[in-house]
Design a protein around this ligand. Structure first.
Ligand SMILES: *Cc1c(COP(=O)(O)O)cnc(C)c1O
Length: 376
């Protein structure tokens, strides 16, 4: 049982769809599948713009988002309050962008005021983009994208480049209403399909910037993907079977409805947090900035790795560990994608049994009781 923030559980319907024989990707039948997928991706992204599918993981989609709309030496602000924010700063630095890191401690949200100060002070309009990780998976913190986006809009020329890898499909992110320019995500997170596809949604303003972008690129040239999208085709060979799975998963999502998907993730997050707290463990992120995809827990004095070991060996539940300097200090519970009330109750019950085994003093059934109360 996967309770990590990606890869996430895959429904049987999706697995069976992927078990079909591949067909030719230039056939009329496959073109119909691409057309349906493109329509539903727009629905999921709440956008009129094309959503491009690339055979890459989430990081590949983000790199494409940088090398198609900026040029060497461009100044960018990058929010860094965890592993993934740091990764985007590294990508920007790798490509020779003039990278200003706006950092916060791991577990804290980004300080929106720092973005306001930098953007308001930039009267010569040298800042070309603001790069933000919406849901910081390494810490379970949801950054205040709405507020930072307001300051980007007030600046007027900077593009917003957003890592929505663990917020897309878990949190209401109306891309067109917010006017976000470049939004990247990956298949193994909220999409309920295995790893292998990266998605990127691009605004008209970003396509304008594309025209003057000076980075070389070939496979990652998003212009090729847009052109192909408009003909219900793909520039290169897509992962045909993964696309079958994506088609089935998007159909399931449409049946559930966006509102229900978001409220389910909110409910599962609240239940997980209530359960963890009732077990006497410390939540790593505060209530007002909690990701709806992943909950990080600081169990000291109990060892995070001891908990993960028993959860895995005895209950067959995979939890994620801490990353970098939080290795061994935190563990993370994924509740993203194909996850139900039953999964959370099972996870909390097994966590409770694990803590008892480790000699932790807890009230009987405290965790399950608290989680069940939220779910009721
Ligand atoms: C998973 C994830 C990514 C992408 O990682 P890949 O391994 O490249 O798919 C990027 N950002 C966040 C916030 C993530 O959770």
């Amino acid at each position: 049982m996967l309770m990590i923030p990606g890869p996430t559980p895959v429904p049987e319907k999706v697995l069976l769809a992927m078990a079909q024989r591949p067909i030719g990707h230039r056939s009329g039948d496959f073109s119909k599948i691409i057309a349906e997928i493109n329509d539903r991706l727009k629905w999921l992204h709440q956008t009129k713009n094309e959503v491009l599918s690339l055979n890459v993981s989430g990081t590949g989609a983000m790199e494409a988002g940088i090398i198609n709309f900026l040029s060497p030496g461009d100044r960018v602000l990058v929010g860094v309050n965890g592993k993934f924010g740091d990764r985007w700063a590294q990508i920007a630095e790798t490509f020779g962008l003039d990278t200003i890191r706006i950092s916060a401690e791991w577990g804290d949200p980004l300080d929106t005021e720092e973005f306001r100060t930098h953007l308001e002070g930039d009267t010569n309009k040298e800042i070309k983009a603001v790069i933000i990780t919406h849901s910081e998976t390494s810490t379970g913190v949801l950054n205040d994208l709405e507020t930072i986006n307001k300051y980007i809009k007030a600046h007027g020329t900077a593009l917003s480049i957003v890592d929505a890898v663990t917020s897309l499909g878990a949190y209401d992110l109306p891309i067109d209403d917010l006017g976000l320019d470049v939004v990247a995500s990956g298949s193994q997170k909220g999409y309920m399909i295995p790893p292998g596809l990266g998605f990127i949604c691009v605004s008209d303003k970003a396509w304008e910037a594309y025209k003057t972008c000076k980075f070389p690129r070939f496979y990652m040239d998003l212009g090729k993907y847009k052109k192909a999208n408009l003909k219900a085709s793909s520039p290169f060979t897509p992962p045909v079977n993964l696309m079958y799975g994506l088609q089935a998963a998007l159909q399931m999502m449409e049946r559930e409805g966006l509102e229900s998907i978001f409220s389910r993730h909110q409910r599962l997050t609240s239940a997980t947090r209530a359960g963890v707290q009732a077990l006497g463990l410390k939540l790593f992120a505060a209530d007002d900035c909690a990701s709806t995809a992943v909950t990080a827990v600081e169990p000291a004095p109990i060892g995070a790795e001891d908990i993960r070991k028993i959860m895995s060996s005895k209950y067959n539940i995979a939890l994620a560990g801490g990353q970098d300097h939080f290795k061994g200090k935190i563990f993370r519970i994924g509740h993203l994608g194909f996850v139900s009330d039953r999964d959370i109750l099972a996870g909390i019950a097994c966590l409770e049994a694990t803590l008892i085994e480790l000699g932790h003093d807890i009230k009987p059934q405290a965790g399950v009781k608290a989680a069940a109360a939220v779910l009721a």
